[in-house]
Each structure stands twice: as structure tokens, then as C-alpha cells.
Design a protein around this ligand. Sequence first.
Ligand SMILES: Cc1ncc(COP(=O)(O)O)c(C=O)c1O
Length: 390
Amino acid sequence: MDANLNALLRTRLAELAAAHRLRRLRPWHWHNGTLHDADGRTLIDASSNDYLGLSQHPLVKARAAEWAERHGAGAPASRLVTGTRDITLAVEQRLANFKRCEAALLFSTGFQANATAIPALAKLGTGGTAIFSDELNHASIIHGVRGAKSRTGIFRHNDLDHLDDLLKQHSGRKLIITESVFSMDGDRADLPALVQLAERHGATLYVDEAHATGVLGPQGRGLAAECEGGVDVVMGTLGKAFGAFGAYIAGSRTLIDWLVNRCPGFIYTTALPPAVLGAVDAALDLVPGMDEERAHLARNSQRLRDALAQRNYDTLASSTQIIPAVIGSEADALAAAQRLEDAGVLTVAIRPPTVPEGTSRLRLTLNSRLDEQGMQRLLDAVAASLPLRY
Ligand SMILES: Cc1ncc(COP(=O)(O)O)c(C=O)c1O
């Protein structure tokens, strides 16, 4: 055994604690779809990504149980061995139709999809592929970009002039990567403009729709669906608005064939289990018809942004169900989250390295299950717990 390992880890953890950056796992209890803390107190969930409340939907739960009963608890092999069942292919076809793409491929998680599909795409082209990535892209994208070991240009957040300048400096194959809704700021990329820019430079456009799928775009199909055919690689997750688990990449049949052959995060891992496929299948039945829920969510999100703005909190360029309230220091963000929790609202303080230095924040996320009484409780808690800023 390494006699020094634990001592070294303790030292490093103490350093994180001193910088207010230590992360801890806390248990939360859900009873009949309601969140409780360890003392049994009911809390308003303003921090999960279950944007349409589908993880608690009777149809989603029932189909997960039914498919587990009918097909078994596990896959249990990788897709290229015996993990591809008729139900897997059927769900992939439904996802492709939902995203209005030719084909789709399921992944175990969004992290795995981004971390391994980006290097697989960067392998194309004899001279390699240069990658252009928004500076606020998710950690899984950063992981994928680093793993690709390609020439890389990081463009300023949503700054398409900067991206244009970087693209002009490269003559070989190019891959542009952005999120359509940014996970920590809740703002949107200008996809129609990105599509045009990509076309002008002959670049491939890769869009992560983790926080848009189910919530935005026509019938919740995401923002890429608003520029049909313009986005080459559409990635999305199924553990957020779909209330299930896993992720997908959608695009042309050829793109999917390439990933099946060259993407290690797809090839060398066990297929998604039937219960997850059942939940996704049910979510696909429900999501297109949830316009009312999406409108309710958008209205409440605006009300929360207004309430925070009245108290002079910067909500950045949020225009979605993800609403940051920038606080500044790690310690102040943690204290604000604690005050809100004491007032009955669960939010999480997001600190570096997830967000840039000095922009520690509360990341409030709403879901369409929040009724008027709950919303009022949330607004009252914000008013009581977040002091006016000057
Ligand atoms: C933008 C973005 N992409 C990818 C992921 C990873 O997805 P998953 O949770 O399925 O691993 C997340 C998750 O938090 C995300 O916010």
C-alpha cells in the first residue's frame, strides 16, 4: 500500500476547504416526488435539471418498470456484442425523428458522449481537425477537446466575431463546438448565425443541447431544430428534461456509422438497460405535447429573473430555466445557498473551477411542476434570504 496516499489527499482536501471549494455529497430524500432534507423538512427544488418533472411522471415510471419486467434489468453487453436489442434501435429511431435527423445513437451519459465523440470526429481529415470551442462549454466538452489533442481555438463566450477571426487563421478541417443553452449561465448560442459562419468556413458544427432538449424549440425539440439541417452533430442528454438517463448524438446516418466504428465511449461500454430505454420511450410520447408546461416554465423563469434583478443580482444573459445569481466569492455564494436552504429552497452554490474566478453564484433552475404556491414560496425566500446588493 502507498503509505503516503491518504496523508497527501488529506492535505489537498484541506487546501480546498480553506479556499471554500470543498465539495461534499449530501443525502436528499424524495417522497412522492417531493424533496425533503435529512430532517424531513419539505424543500422547493430549485437546483435539479428535471425541467419538465418527467422523472416523477406516472407514464415514465410505469414504462421503465414495464420494460425492466419484460426485457430484464441489464443489457448486459456492449452494443457491438449483444447489447443492441430491437427496443434500443426503436428508441434511437424515435430520437432521430424527434430531432428531425436521419439517425441517432444512444450513449450511457452526456459526459461520455462529449468526451469521446469529439476526439472521434477530430480524427477525420488527413491533417487532423482544428477545434473551435466556446470558453463556457461544459467540462465534458473540454475533456473531449483536450482528448482530441488537436489544434484548438477557444473563442470568447458567444463572440462570433472572435470565432470568425480564429477560423480565418486555419485552412484545414474545422470543428466548431457550442452548447445551445449554457449550463451555468442559462443563455443561448445564436445557432442560425453559427450555422452561417460554419458554412462560410466549411466547418462542422457540433451543438450540445443538454439543457434545451425537451424545453426549447418547436415541441421541445431543441434549438437545433429551428435551423433544420444546419447543425451537423446534435448531442443531447436524457437525464435532464427527459427525466431518465443517458444521452444521444443525432445527425446523418454516415455520422452515426462513423461513431459506431470509431467512438470508444460507444464501443467499449455496456448498453443502456431496458428500464432507461422504457423511460426515454415514454418521455418521447410526452415531450412534444408539453407546450403548456414549457410556457409555464418560461413565465416562472422570467418572474424569478425579475425578482433577482429587483435585488440587484446579475442574472447574466439568462433567458431560460437556468437562472444564475452571481454573488462573487465562494464563501458568500455558500452562505447565500445556506440562507435559501434555511428558508426552504434548495439551490447549489457553483464555484470555480466550474465557473470563472470571482463569479461564484447560485444556479437556480426551475421545473414545470412548481405550482403557484411553490413559486410564491420561492419568491418570498429570495426576498428574505438574498440581501439587496448595491
Ligand atoms: C452542457 C452539458 N453537457 C453534457 C452534460 C453531461 O451529461 P450527463 O449528465 O448525461 O453526463 C451536462 C451535464 O451536466 C451538461 O450540462
